[in-house]
Write a protein that binds this ligand. Sequence first.
Ligand code: FES
Length: 117
Amino acid sequence: MTEAQYRQGSTGSEDGYTRACALSDLPPGEGAIGVEVEGEPVAIIRAGGELYALRDACSHAEVALSEGEIYDHTVECWLHGSCFDLRTGNPTGPPATEPVATYRVKIEGDGVFVSLG
Ligand code: FES
């Protein structure tokens, strides 16, 4: 995904959280979108009734994880198949060996807010 394809999050911060997108922007059920929060690519992922936010760049070769497959608290990178635990960002399947950053995420109204801190 190119930067131009990222949805732009609001630049307004509140309590260290920045609005990333609307809850209604997420696909129903399980799925992900790529957004930009304070200049960082962030994957907002809904899985198992929970929301997760991870840096939207595979630690193997920097492609967008938001375009990967989501299952069992896992995102699988579309390019070479590395798997990452959505809860920790740790790799659970090769070839990636480094984790990806995870961020705190919360819902307020119809807004999804992310804390990069
Ligand atoms: S770029 Fe993600 S596994 Fe290679």
